[in-house]
Ligand binder design. Structure first.
Ligand code: HEC
Length: 338
């Protein structure tokens, strides 16, 4: 009983002190005056515990679908890179002036994708991290989460490819949901741009006349690569690929030449060396440094002992190097011939 009075006295003193601290403006809210270490630690713990508690029941969809990754990439580039950077960008004026500073997402990846999703959707109070859930649907935010899983591994060239917005996206389609984001390349490419067209550096087809022996074209590089696969020449096939080539094939992604040679090169050779490939259409365009070549072919072959007859769509992006054209990106998809 005797204790109550002094305790009340201390409590009153504490509250008055806190009120004075606030009222007199003793706390410095300036962004260029950082929190002391203990305060920072408390705030960090509050943030992490809050996120972990709220994200624990979120179910994570499959995040390795290339179409999902690509559509998230374009959004990331437009809405996030200014604060969270991109490969090859050391810092931004905006980011360097902020406190808390936005983490460099090309270097760090949160281990738990559910937490990443929660942060993107709800934002973080008293920091500049916006809540994107007010303006974006869940699927679009999961696409960004999928992209963030890849981001720390990407080179500047791969980043450029993965964040390019396709025509359909800018038309306002393309974000209809996961079903709408079928492997780009099959249905998408049929509608447009597959007409026979050629630019200065392109050959419409493989047939070349004597006067037309310029082999330094993007299209010729594509053909040399395919021929190397068909004839089982691994070394030659490798030669046409940029070291950081990005390859999308039937739902899986490989992010370097080394990864492709270790994983699917042999399988592709085994398949193509026995298959008959008939080119149906070829289109392409580009400038002196970057070109794209899209082809549609019919392939008769054998897969797992069964005869198959498929329509294959292939899009390649090439870069001109001192050694000639090199393939920087390949997207292969196929559909059963009806
Ligand atoms: C105006 C600057 C700004 C923009 C734009 C921005 N963020 Fe942030 N973001 C921040 C800041 C600041 C933090 C750190 C907050 C903290 O530490 O409390 C953060 C934190 C994050 C984190 C948590 C990182 C971690 O693991 O702790 C993720 C994930 C993230 N942002 C994703 C995104 C995505 C995706 C976008 C684009 C849709 C985006 N941000 C746009 C400022 C920004």
């Amino acid at each position: 009983m005797k204790l109550i009075k002094p305790l009340l006295g201390f409590a009153t003193l504490g509250i008055t002190g806190a009120a004075l601290f606030v009222y007199l403006g003793a706390f410095n809210v300036a962004a260029d005056e950082h929190h002391s270490k203990p305060v920072f630690k408390v705030l960090e713990t509050v943030r992490e515990r809050s996120i972990a508690t709220r994200a624990q029941d979120i179910k994570v969809p499959p995040l390795d679908d290339p179409a999902l990754i690509t559509s998230g990439g374009a959004d990331y580039n437009e809405m996030c890179a200014g604060c969270h950077l991109k490969p090859g960008m050391e810092d931004s004026e905006l980011r360097s002036a902020m406190y808390p500073q936005p983490p460099d997402l090309t270097k760090v990846k949160r281990a738990d994708p559910a937490q990443t999703f929660w942060i993107i959707k709800h934002g973080i109070k008293m920091s500049a991290m916006p809540a994107w859930g007010k303006t974006h649907d869940d699927q679009r935010m999961w696409a960004m989460v999928a992209f963030l899983q890849q981001l720390p591994r990407l080179t500047p060239a791969q980043y450029q490819i993965l964040t390019a917005r396709s025509e359909e996206d800018t038309d306002g389609h393309g974000h209809g949901g996961m079903e709408g984001m079928d492997t780009p390349g099959d249905a998408r490419d049929e509608g447009h741009s597959m007409s026979e067209s050629s630019s200065a550096r392109m050959h419409g087809d493989t047939e070349q006349t004597a006067a037309d022996t310029d082999t330094d074209t993007a299209s010729a590089a594509v053909d040399s690569f395919l021929k190397a696969l068909a004839t089982g020449n691994e070394k030659e096939a490798e030669k046409w690929l940029a070291p950081d080539v990005l390859i999308y094939e039937a739902g899986h992604a490989e992010t370097s030449r080394a990864e492709y040679t270790a994983q699917h090169l042999k399988g592709d050779i085994a398949f193509l060396s026995k298959a008959k490939m008939e080119r149906l259409e070829r289109a392409g365009n580009g400038g002196a440094d970057i070109a794209w070549v899209a082809s549609r072919s019919r392939i008769h072959g054998q897969s797992a002992g069964k005869p198959i007859d498929v329509l294959s769509t292939e899009t390649m992006v090439l870069k001109h190097t001192s050694g000639g054209w090199r393939i920087q990106h390949i997207q292969w998809s196929s559909a059963d011939e009806e």
